[in-house]
Design a protein around this ligand. Structure first.
Ligand code: WT7
Length: 650
């Protein structure tokens, strides 16, 4: 975020006090903060016991004897899938709809808790029949369809570990993730719908398996797109065929609270994505607690919709685990917001009477661009809480969201968290907090954060610094898959005993937190995290490229956009025009990583600005990419470089 936008954020003085009528019925109360402050561990122990059902109750809340490796509720035993399914049926809520699935072409299915439980039991038997058991890794590469949720829960039910790879990632990204986790099985679909056409997922799985992924024994394929797929006899199996023959009964066994639940890869500052590891009891406790209180969920009457794909952490915690643990009724939607028309999301809200809605600022900004005329055509009066996640939400988008989507009535919760934190960490509580547009505001009850200067001292009020979490929390990552050292180095070595989040933050005069974006070489494009290094490695793997530098430039809609600066290999210079090189390289990045990483712009340059120690000066490149006058260049080795670069794209 540029310094001008930070300034305007901090001059945001609008305040929105909770409506008394909302407060009167709210799940959350100000006492939660008091309770957690008095005894944080007791507070979390109460949440874990009250929100979840344990096969064996825990007697210890936190074991922090070997920091930063935490164990929460570790002598308790729990089955995550049982908590999301069977217990709701046993409590008499089997007829409640768990999922309203809306396919992009307009097909729909309502699946009750009883039906979802039955499907997951069968799927667990199918997977067990394929040799999947506790601790085994299963990769998922699926569209946003009910089978993605069913597969995740079936894996969890067996005590196995899922690794969901977003369906928009390329075959090579899938291969790298399968190899890192040594997954035994991959579950995919023939295809899924996006922007009105079927995209073939199975092809990408075949390509991944052709270039590695040797740990994979079987490919389980859900039929969705009905598109043609290649078939490898013996290896490939149809989901519907195995499900038709599967035994219906499956008893959920209790596993240790620290049994791994999933690995989810996220970009870091190096070229290699990190496999973020989450476990069971603590993760589910915080996912359920935050979902219940931050959205004020009333499972008997609310219809909740989170627009995230299950390929991201938001889809894990706030489509699958939090809502289902709480017995919520929710919508899942397969496609894009503007297919077949720009009002599709609002049409879905009207159709299902959605009451609680969770999406990303980038989506809100793109709807702002289209104009309020589109949402105004739909009845959105059922909405009562709106959530935002993924990047800072600028006050204008916040206010538009509240006025146009929320009818000027709904509380807005801006929720700060990360793949690593597993669940929400900083957010207003509806009915309790007086909202400030643009600020995530206060740590949730039981969560302790601080903003520090580079020496590790608290910055005080009306000052900026680095965001840290100062105490372990139940849904914290337990490590990076296969790389304990990287876990320690990345998150726990900047400040002794504290978790360094990688975000800059400002504390205002009330001590409320305003997030200012990443302070490392991680970009945030449409709320998705991308590594500059990862894209640079993809670029230099192309035969045209000698050297590459990537920056995230401010973008009105997507937050940041990927902009690349590339030096061509000497022998390639003149063999292509700059336009041809740009087109080839944009396509190459999309093919290597996925379409979300495709640079908006590739500048072909003769030199890159570097410091005397050889570090690329990304700040300067960002200035250039955003069309600003270049800043301080005193540490540059060759001050002419900047002039020649800027000149080359005027
Ligand atoms: C990064 C984490 C959390 C799920 C989606 C992204 C940024 C996230 C906010 C927010 C300001 C936010 C941070 C964070 N971020 N939510 N409400 N306000 N920034 O998960 O891919 O792990 O990315 O997203 O920079 O570090 P992720």
């Amino acid at each position: 975020m540029s310094s001008t936008s930070i300034d305007s954020l901090l001059h945001e003085n609008r305040r929105f006090a909770p409506e008394p009528a909302f407060t009167a019925q709210a799940n959350a109360t100000a006492e939660l903060y008091e309770e957690a402050k008095a005894d944080r561990l007791r507070f979390w122990a109460r949440q874990a016991s009250e929100l979840l059902s344990w096969h064996t109750p825990f007697t210890q809340t936190l074991d922090w004897s070997n920091p930063p490796f935490a164990r929460w509720f570790h002598d308790g035993r729990i089955n995550v899938a049982y908590n999301c399914l069977d217990r709701h049926v046993e409590a008499g809520n089997g007829d409640r709809v768990a999922l309203y699935f809306e396919g992009e072409p307009g097909d729909s299915r309502a699946i009750t808790y009883a039906e979802l439980t039955a499907e997951v039991k069968k799927a667990a038997n199918v997977l067990a029949g394929l040799g999947i058991g506790q601790g085994d890794r299963v990769a998922l590469y699926m569209p946003m369809i009910p089978e993605a949720v069913i597969a995740m829960l079936a894996i969890a039910r067996l005590g196995a570990i899922h690794s969901v790879v977003f369906g928009g990632f390329a075959a090579e990204s899938l291969r790298a993730r399968i190899d890192d986790a040594e997954a035994k099985l991959v579950i995919t679909a023939d295809g899924g719908y996006r922007k009105g056409t079927v995209f073939n997922l199975k092809n990408a799985v075949d390509a991944a398996l052709a270039s590695g992924a040797e740990s994979i024994q079987n490919v389980l394929v859900v039929r969705r797109g009905e598109n043609e797929v290649d078939w490898s006899e013996g290896r490939d199996l149809w989901w519907h065929e195995l499900m038709a023959e599967a035994e219906p009964e499956h008893e959920a066994e209790g596993f240790e609270a620290e049994n791994p639940l999933f690995i989810l890869y996220t970009s870091g500052t190096t070229g290699k994505p990190k496999g973020i590891l989450h476990t069971s009891g603590g993760y589910l406790t915080q996912a359920a607690f935050t979902h219940k209180n931050v959205f004020d969920l009333k499972p008997e009457s609310d219809v909740y919709w989170c627009t995230a794909d299950v390929g991201w952490i938001t889809g894990h915690s706030y489509v699958v685990y939090g809502p289902l643990a709480n017995g919520a009724t929710q919508v899942i939607y397969e496609g894009t917001p503007d297919t077949p028309h720009p009002g599709r999301w609002w049409e879905i809200i009207e159709k299902y009477g959605v009451t609680l809605f969770y999406t990303a600022p980038t989506a809100i900004r793109s709807f702002m661009k289209i104009g309020r005329e589109v949402p105004n055509q739909y009845n959105l009066a059922t909405l009562r809480v709106l959530g935002s996640v993924g990047e800072p939400i600028n006050p204008e988008a916040w206010v538009w969201y509240r006025q146009v989507i929320g009818g000027g009535r709904t509380p807005i919760v801006d929720t700060w968290w990360q793949t690593e934190t597993g669940a929400m960490m900083i957010s207003a509580l509806p009915g309790v907090t007086t909202a400030k547009p643009g600020s995530a505001q206060v740590p949730l009850p039981g969560i302790s954060v601080d903003v520090l200067d580079e020496q590790g001292a608290h910055v005080g009020k009306e000052a900026g610094g680095l965001l840290v979490v100062t105490e372990p929390w139940p849904s914290m990552l337990r490590g990076i898959w296969g790389d304990d050292q990287r876990f320690v180095d990345t998150y726990w070595s900047a400040f002794e005993g504290k978790y360094f989040a990688g975000d800059g933050a400002h504390l205002d005069e009330d001590g409320d937190v305003w997030l200012l974006g990443r302070v490392d070489d991680v970009m945030n494009v449409s709320g998705h995290r991308l590594s500059t290094m990862e894209i640079e490695s993809a670029l230099v793997s192309h035969e045209l490229v000698a050297e590459a530098a990537v920056v995230g430039a401010n973008d009105e809609t997507t937050g940041q956009a990927v902009v690349a600066f590339v030096i061509l290999r000497q022998r390639m210079v003149g063999s292509v025009t700059d336009e041809e090189a740009e087109a080839q390289l944009r396509a190459h990045v999309a093919e290597q990583i996925g379409a979300i990483a495709r640079p908006r712009k590739v500048f072909i340059v003769a030199e890159l600005p570097k410091t005397r120690s050889g570090k690329i000066m990304r700040r300067l490149l960002r200035d250039i990419a955003e069309g600003r006058e270049v800043g301080d260049t005193t540490t540059l080795t060759d001050t002419n470089v900047v002039a020649s670069i800027s000149a080359s794209f005027r």
